[in-house]
Design a protein around this ligand. Structure first.
Ligand SMILES: Nc1nc2c(c(=O)[nH]1)N[C@H]1C(S)=C(S)[C@@H](COP(=O)(O)OP(=O)(O)OC[C@H]3O[C@@H](n4cnc5c(=O)[nH]c(N)nc54)[C@H](O)[C@@H]3O)O[C@H]1N2
Ligand SMILES: Nc1nc2c(c(=O)[nH]1)N[C@H]1C(S)=C(S)[C@@H](COP(=O)(O)OP(=O)(O)OC[C@H]3O[C@@H](n4cnc5c(=O)[nH]c(N)nc54)[C@H](O)[C@@H]3O)O[C@H]1N2
Ligand code: SF4
Ligand SMILES: [Mo]
Length: 723
């Protein structure tokens, strides 16, 4: 009855995407204690209050004191289900049979000791705690001497990270969520906030229709439905649009010359060169390719430039692209040219996807090319600095960048990598071009559930604790670090990922490297190390995090309140005193305006593959669905995975809702049910990737951005036939 009441309320409110907290109803035995925590799911990082009765989690509501002001979405309000989900892995397994931790870890350690550095790898996740990603990075780079440390943020944030680094010298957005309350114009491109960042979208909706919103997407999404201007672009052509907007801004005299002179420089030349570079991108010349009218582009550029405060928001429609870095940098250009930056409401805000991709992976440098605190493997001084800070002999860290996600899984197939630990991610469902994967070598998987697609390829399966069954820090989009405290015991013999990593270190002779063995001890080590970088958060202690709803870095000492807006004098402690704005991440303290030359996407339609497949997310499901597809309300709301067609395409192909269709690309094929929606651009097919029974990534192309190595999940040429 209790459940019924709460779920009914959810069903009613859930349709709206966001619920303002949910009480369990009049007949429910009320929670006895409430404790603050953070939602398990997305990068919005909503604070939640957890209600316990006799030590059991019985209720959850939005935290009024957190940045989300008491709001959570349907996924957040169903966090209460997580500790009781079926299908948990309770003991380690070796080759499918139960084993003790000792036997399982001896087996894993023996494999890691057997192989040379270049043949071992760690594949991690923006859903692990910071302390876990930091420790794994240290163990592999300084212990095993392998830079083969990568993770799902490569599939997600790496174009954004390179974008910020190349424009501003350092990664992470400079703005904050409060900027959404001040913006008078929202430029949303390649992001569907209504489903993927619903609590932020709710905050934006409060500003509409007074503030204007431009949405660029090939689909009329829930986000686009609220837009003043919806630009239904041809997939893969956004760089033409962004350059065309820059061209209009330059041509129509909308550039803030004083700002540009003081704070910017131009890649490979000066303002005049840049003006010339933009000439071929005049809207009149590119509009036919991008599928928009000249007036639409001109209007968008003018609205962007002349609004009192413009905030851009973007996610995978920009990052998961073969020109992902260029796209990110060109969005920054728009803000720099018009001085729509470093003011309340004016900011280029790349939204993060996972709860801890920013804090856990980008900031700790747990990627194949990176080292902690914005350092890189290729830089000798950075390696030397990290060797000193980690107390390992000079020359320990290899100078060779490791393998990025897509390349790593190819290397497993062809035997270059012989031993890998996968933790907190489900690549056998979420990597592109899955048909190309070949199981080879030794694979250990740390995972809470018995039956993920990746569990199936594990030689050794290690049961992981998740969320409030362990402790650690999550860092989200606005540089806010928040502590998730341990509240309940994990089921069976499950252990935290940190415990697993420490055990591996001990058994491979690297115990001294991971001498920090509790989350708090690891945090102390990492925050002390951060002080020697521009990511300084030495003032963020567990003690403060237990008391607060998180703190934003930079935060150099225990009395510092944290930094709302980075690069802004008076707010950011790293700005030179007396300066109003300073892009101090770059050597000359100026942001770099990029010349992003457009190249057509590799997946062009042909008579054989006449449609464009694009993939992404739905509100109720989280990624590969290992958690959300087990929660009846969420699973029921989405149904099974299917391919959506534009009504005209469906008619031409004689496909009706419910028919089975075969999707085929150059990379693979898949049979799945069809559906129809007028929300699509003609010629575009949409499939979400949550359903383990519909592995759409068998079909999706694996072309990557040359710099960020992020795959272009958003554009695959396909053919569709009714079965
Ligand atoms: N409910 C839910 N929320 C989530 C997640 C989840 O799994 N479920 N995952 C989280 C994570 S890790 C991430 S990375 C974010 C992702 O958040 P989003 O990026 O907002 O989500 P996606 O659905 O992947 O893609 C966004 C939009 O890009 C559009 N798009 C496709 N191709 C193009 C193109 O060529 N140009 C343009 N302009 N747009 C294009 C798609 O139509 C889609 O609407 O969501 C986070 N939030
Ligand atoms: N076609 C297509 N594919 C995509 C994308 C797309 O847009 N289109 N988007 C890409 C993006 S942006 C992302 S971020 C990825 C996400 O891809 P994944 O990270 O592979 O997806 P998840 O389902 O989140 O997988 C997390 C796994 O970790 C487990 N888990 C949960 N908590 C814990 C924990 O505390 N410890 C451990 N050890 N395990 C835990 C879960 O059960 C699950 O198996 O997908 C990518 N794949
Ligand atoms: S918006 Fe994201 S963080 Fe907030 S409740 Fe929903 S899934 Fe959780
Ligand atoms: Mo992501």
């Amino acid at each position: 009855m209790t459940e019924f009441t709460r779920r009914e309320a959810l069903r009613l409110l859930g349709g709206l995407g966001v619920v303002a907290g949910c009480s369990p109803g009049p007949l429910a035995p009320p929670a006895q204690v409430w404790k603050k925590s953070v939602c398990r799911f997305c990068g919005v990082g909503c604070g939640v209050m957890l209600g316990f009765r006799n030590g059991k989690l019985v209720d959850v509501r939005g935290d009024e004191l957190a940045h989300n002001r008491g709001r959570v979405c349907v996924k957040g309000s169903l966090c209460v289900e997580i500790p009781r989900l079926p299908g948990r892995l309770l003991r380690p397994r070796i080759g499918g049979r139960d084993a003790s931790w000792d036997e399982a870890m001896s087996r894993v350690a023996a494999e890691f000791k057997r192989h040379e550095p270049s043949a071992v790898a760690f594949y991690g996740s923006g859903q692990l705690y910071t302390e876990e990603s930091y420790s794994a990075n240290k163990l592999f780079k300084a212990g095993f001497r392998s830079n083969n440390v990568d993770g799902n943020p490569r599939l997600c944030m790496s174009s954004a990270a390179f974008g910020y680094i190349q424009t501003f010298g350092k990664d992470e957005p400079m703005g904050c969520y409060e900027d959404l309350d001040h913006a008078t114009c929202f430029f949303v491109i390649g992001a569907n906030l209504a489903e993927c960042h619903p609590v932020l979208f709710e905050r934006i909706k409060l500003r509409l229709p007074k503030a204007k919103m431009i949405v660029v997407d090939p689909r009329r999404t829930g986000t686009a439905a609220r837009a003043d201007r919806f630009l239904q672009i041809v997939p893969g052509t956004d760089l033409l649009l962004l350059n065309a907007m820059c061209q209009v801004i330059v041509r129509d005299g909308l550039v803030d010359r004083a700002f540009v002179e003081e704070h910017c420089e131009f890649e490979g030349g000066d303002f005049e060169n840049y003006r010339n570079f933009l000439e071929p991108y005049a809207p009149e010349k590119v509009c036919a390719v991008i599928g928009l009218s000249v007036a639409e582009v001109r209007e968008a550029a003018h609205l962007f430039a002349t609004s009192a405060a413009t905030t851009s928001l973007w996610t995978m429609g920009m990052n998961q692209r073969t020109q992902g870095v260029s796209l990110n940098r060109t969005i920054h250009n728009l803000h720099l040219l018009t001085a729509q930056i470093c003011r309340p409401g004016a900011t280029p805000m790349s939204l993060t996807g996972q709860g801890n991709a920013c804090g856990g992976v980008r900031d700790t440098g747990a990627l194949a090319h990176a080292l902690p605190g914005g350092r890189s493997v290729a830089n000798a001084a950075h390696r030397a600095e990290m060797e000193r800070l980690w107390g390992v002999p000079p020359g320990t860290i290899s100078e060779k960048p490791g393998l990025d996600a897509v390349e790593l899984f190819r290397a497993i197939g062809d035997g270059r990598v012989k031993c890998v630990l996968i933790m907190g991610t489900n690549p056998m469902q979420t990597l592109p071009s899955l048909e190309k994967f070949r199981k080879n070598g030794f694979i250990a998987v740390a995972e809470p559930f018995v039956d993920s697609a990746t569990s199936a390829i594990a030689d050794v399966l290690l049961p992981s604790a998740l969320w409030i069954e362990k402790e650690g820090v999550f860092g989200q989009t606005e540089r806010r670090y928040q502590l998730i405290e341990k509240q309940i015991e994990p089921p069976g013999e499950a252990r935290s990922d940190l415990e697993i990593l420490v055990d591996l270190a001990d058994r491979t002779g690297h115990g001294a490297l991971l001498s920090a063995r509790t989350p708090e001890a690891v945090w102390r080590e990492w925050s002390a190390i951060s002080a020697s970088s521009l990511y300084n958060f030495a003032g963020i202690t567990y003690e403060r995090l237990r008391r607060t709803r998180g703190l934003q870095w930079p935060c150099p000492d225990a009395n510092h309140p944290g930094t709302k807006r980075r690069f802004v004098g008076g707010d950011d402690p790293l700005v030179t005193p007396g300066r109003k704005i300073e892009f101090y991440g770059r050597p000359n303290r100026r942001a770099l305006i990029h010349r992003g030359e457009y190249r057509p996407v590799p997946e062009q339609t042909t008579p054989e593959f006449p449609l464009i497949l694009t993939t992404g997310r739905v509100l109720e499901q989280w990624h590969s669905g290992t958690i959300t597809d087990r929660i009846p309300e969420l699973a029921g709301a989405t149904g099974r995975g299917r391919a959506f067609f534009h009504p005209q395409d469906a008619r031409r192909l004689e496909i009706r809702p419910g028919d089975r269709v075969l999707l085929r690309s150059l990379h693979g094929s898949l049979e799945l049910p069809a559906d129809v929606t007028p929300a699509l651009r003609l010629g575009v097919v949409w499939v979400s990737f949550y359903d383990a029974k519909v592995l759409i990534n068998r079909v999706v192309a694996d072309h990557v951005d040359a710099v960020s190595k992020q795959p272009e999940y958003k554009v695959t040429a396909i053919r569709a036939t009714r079965v």
